[in-house]
Design a protein around this ligand. Structure first.
Ligand code: GLY
Length: 604
């Protein structure tokens, strides 16, 4: 990589124009998706970037004191303490990281119902002790009857709420197929064994903590709208309180069916029948054939190098790994460590790299089974150099001068967890039902919330979808297609061995949260807990604003950056659940994000 200071010599407006022009030419054909929506519209439609976010105060003093949980052999970190303990128990009983990851995933479907799921889908990144890096895609698929205009009315206007609150928003769920596929290929335990703890938690119930209640409280009025939902998630019509027990008998029964009948029970048996019946009764288009046709798929993970670390992450249909790697490749030559965390220079160059990478993300990425993703070109050294050369040393680049499509942040409706076992197998999982509690509906007596993942598609090119995202035709709805995701389950290797597992919820902010958890360690010398706790920043091209956590910037730094042309907005940003394997000692350092107070890092 070139001398960082040399990049400044290229960073003048004239060069900027030329470089951008070249870039537009080489990607010209793919630009058919370019969108015309004015930024003002995006602003007007964007949702709260952190609907359920807690922003624990992280003064520099508090940050300096933060310490990770340590363990010698194995570790699990998830957004819900009971799910973490399920995983640790599986590992102690001799299960490997895949067994534990699947057990945690089913447990989270019970104890983290906003986000953990069997009604949604996700991705699993695996590093096996023999050195193999694997990636499992169990993202939801659009039903066969889906069409590019299904979220528009007869006049072509996007219908508010159709992709988020109705059965039309439900993609064919992938989680059960994904977990069963991973377990069969690389686990050592049976489906019955790894589901058993989840069944017990659902049948006997669990005591709610403040973090659990906070997430349930955010949907009280939605739960009240459907009798079968209210019967479970309201306590005699009232919101649950801390210390009360949440019992989910329907979900326990559904999980028992899966434990006994495997994927057939879900995709061909009574569960599929109940979901399709509810879909039919409520204007949906899901069919039994959609369930029977569902497949999870092994893909080649995205890999890139950063200062000697190998980053292994999510390929399309997630944008996560590609965008993460593109940002890393742009910033690699800059002396971030010398500049320091939260410094004017670090913030400036990170923000400008994110702005450019997100412009590409929103324009060029979609389900590779349907559209070509120009990954090699996006992740080439030449492309990173070209984008780097457009960054002005002392000035923000207005997003309007960067080409691509538009987007805005969503809330934290997803969940991530990380598992390392005693043999060095490592599994990072991010899965989701999209919005908090998905489409807020449960089919009949199945007991699980259905996703509204169809909202991650382009509702209409040039118009924000329900989540505020405006994307291109490469991500338009098509039968059997998987919507573009930002989920970024990531394993970082050092000399071929796992160094860090990280990932986050938060839609587009997943990518910056994951990125910063890594940079905070390798550039800014933080331990894993500090890296997770630290206030974050996020820029995603449009809106042309920088999201910054409280305490990231000193008033003076903020003033300097504002004078350079930046506008700041407060956010909390994601919820990273990470593990660092100390390369010198081999000790595992786990960090639950304090933005998820019900979460836990634990090991043995
Ligand atoms: N539903 C959020 C994501 O996949 O990015």
């Amino acid at each position: 990589m070139s001398d960082p200071n040399a990049t400044h010599a290229h960073a003048n407006p004239a060069h900027c124009t030329t470089a951008r022009g070249n870039r537009v030419r080489w990607l010209g054909v793919a630009m058919v998706a370019l969108l015309a929506t004015p930024c003002a519209l995006v602003w007007a439609q964007q949702v709260n970037p952190d609907e359920t976010g807690h922003e624990p105060v992280q003064t520099r003093e508090a940050l300096a004191r933060a310490k990770p949980v340590t363990a010698k052999h194995a570790m699990v970190v998830s957004a819900q303490h009971l799910a973490t303990l399920v995983g640790v128990d599986i590992l102690k009983r001799g299960g490997n990281a895949v067994d534990a990851a699947v057990a945690v995933g089913f447990a989270e479907a019970v104890v983290h119902p906003c986000c953990g799921n069997i009604g949604g889908g996700g991705f699993m990144t695996i590093h096996l002790k023999d050195g193999r890096n694997l990636f499992l895609n169990f993202r939801e698929k659009a039903p066969a009857k889906a069409t590019p205009t299904m979220f528009q009315d007869a006049d072509g206007n996007v219908v508010d709420g159709r992709s988020t609150d109705t059965y039309l928003g439900v993609g064919v769920p992938g989680t059960v197929m994904g977990f069963a596929t991973a377990l069969k290929a690389y686990g050592t335990m049976s489906l019955q064994e790894v589901i058993a703890p989840a069944i017990k938690l659902a049948r006997e119930g669990y005591i709610l903590k403040q973090g659990d209640v906070d997430s349930l409280d955010s949907r009280t009025s939605d739960f009240a709208e459907h009798a079968n939902v209210a019967a479970i998630f309201l306590n005699h019509g009232k919101p649950f309180k801390v210390g009360e027990r949440l019992v989910q008998k329907d979900l326990a029964h559904t999980l028992e069916l899966i434990a006994k009948g495997g994927t057939k029970a879900f995709y061909e048996g009574s569960i599929a029948h109940t979901v399709v019946k509810a879909s039919d009764a409520n204007g949906g288009i899901l069919s039994l054939q959609d369930f029977a046709d569902y497949t999870a798929q092994w893909e080649k993970p995205i890999q890139c190098q950063y200062h000697g670390y190998t980053v292994v992450s999510a390929p399309p249909p997630s944008s996560g790994g590609t965008t993460l790697c593109l940002i890393l490749q742009i910033i690699e030559p800059y002396p971030l460590a010398k500049w320091g965390y939260g410094s004017v220079n670090s913030v400036h160059y990170l923000v400008e790299a994110e702005r450019r990478a997100f412009a590409d993300r929103n324009t060029y990425l979609g389900d590779p089974a349907f559209v070509h993703n120009p990954i090699d070109r996006l992740l080439s050294d030449e492309h990173a150099a070209e984008l780097r050369a457009t960054i002005l040393p002392d000035k923000a680049t207005p997003s309007s001068e960067i080409k691509g499509s538009l987007g805005a942040p969503e809330g934290n409706h997803t969940t991530h967890y990380s598992v390392v076992d005693k043999d060095g197998n490592a599994v990072a999982v991010t899965y989701t039902i999209n919005f908090l509690f998905g489409n807020k509906q449960i089919a009949g007596d199945t007991g699980f919330f259905l996703n509204d993942e169809m909202d991650d598609f382009t509702a209409k090119p040039g118009v924000a979808n329900g989540a505020g995202l405006v994307q291109g035709v490469v991500n338009q709805v098509e039968p059997g297609k998987r919507p573009l995701s930002s989920m970024t389950p990531t394993i970082v290797l050092r000399q071929g061995k796992p160094f860090m597992l990280t990932g986050s919820p938060g839609s587009a902010t997943i990518i910056s949260s994951t990125l910063e958890s890594f940079l905070n360690v390798v550039e800014f010398g933080m331990n894993m807990q500090q890296a997770v706790n630290a206030p974050r920043l996020h820029q995603q091209w449009y809106p042309d604003v920088v999201y910054a956590g409280e305490g990231l910037l000193t008033p003076k730094s903020q003033q300097t950056l504002e004078a350079m042309g930046y506008t700041f907005k407060r956010f909390s940003g994601g919820a990273v659940e990470a593990i660092l394997i100390n390369p010198e000692t081999g000790v595992l350092e786990g960090a639950n994000d304090p933005r998820r107070p019900a979460g836990l890092a634990a090991g043995y």
